[in-house]
Ligand binder design. Sequence first.
Ligand code: UT7
Length: 329
Amino acid sequence: MKKAKIIGLGSYLPKKVLTNADFEKMIDTSDEWITSRTGIKERRIAADDEFTSDMGYEAAKKAIEDAKLKAEDIDIIFVATLTPDYIFPSTACLIQEKLEAKNAAALDIQAACSGYVYALSLAKALVENNTYKNILIIASEKLSSIINYKDRSTSVLFGDAAAAAVVSQDGSGLEIQSIYLGASGSEADLLILPAGGCKNPASEKTLKEGLHYIKMGGKEVFKHAVRRMQQAIEKCLKETNLSEKDISWLIPHQANERIIDAIAKRFEHLDNEKVYKEVVRKFGNTSASSVGLALDFLKKENKLKSKEKILLTVFGAGFTWGAAILENN
Ligand code: UT7
């Protein structure tokens, strides 16, 4: 059996930049606090008339072009997002239409910030069992649409962005060697958008109580994020009989530089220079898009050498988490 490979990558960032200095004018915060607690300097904010499907479409076009394919070659589209344009129809269907990917089925995936690796896992399975030839995965988030810009504990953390990848059996690229996924619904309340679903449909009360904004128990989420990403890395390494010394690049979910540092500390043989942090510094936490952006930048900057192994690890609401090992071929 031929292993599934990522044969094309793409990403998209909206133009508007929101800096820490901008936040100093909006709320009681400081560049010093945000930088020392999170590492974040800037984030991008989508235009009022720019939505998750628009950003996802832009990233997808680039990934399809990078794969040297046409939209009609795509068999199925997965969109990982927690900020879909609508609850239904799926954002995947909206992007299928924009792309004119007329041979593609389409489906949204809800695994919050872990969505990129969840989508990758489904794509790998479906390509390797010959169900589909070319799968387009997209992570796209307009997090600015669910953020209360008066709440300093969450507003400074998040940004908007999209990333995409084409997974296929043919062609050269990043071979998906192993994927591990995990979930635990018992901590669902620690990171949640309380209203808008059937439990708390939009009402005057939900609006008044601000229940259409992200709510997060930051400190608790931080601890779970470090522990779960560490476990996911260990599971993935074990499954492939690899050690941390075999990993050339670690791309953890780009939520907070301190979370990334805490994970890196637990793997003493990983070269600190090869632990990716640029995305969180420049774009904040872009949820499902974050590891996809990092992967696209690494590849486009020609930083990946032949046969190098990249380890992605993710963590998000649910809780959900996971890790994937890719090899550059
Ligand atoms: O994407 C997946 C999930 N998300 C994450 O992984 C995020 C996980 N959590 C975190 O990254 C961190 O917990 C935060 C960055 C959210 C917060 O950092 P912290 O070191 O855990 O700070 P804290 O929440 O304990 O707050 C410390 C203090 C508080 O003041 P008091 O109560 O000590 O007086 C906060 O009110 O910092 C205050 N604070 C701020 N001060 C200035 C909170 N936000 C801000 C702010 N500017 N933006």
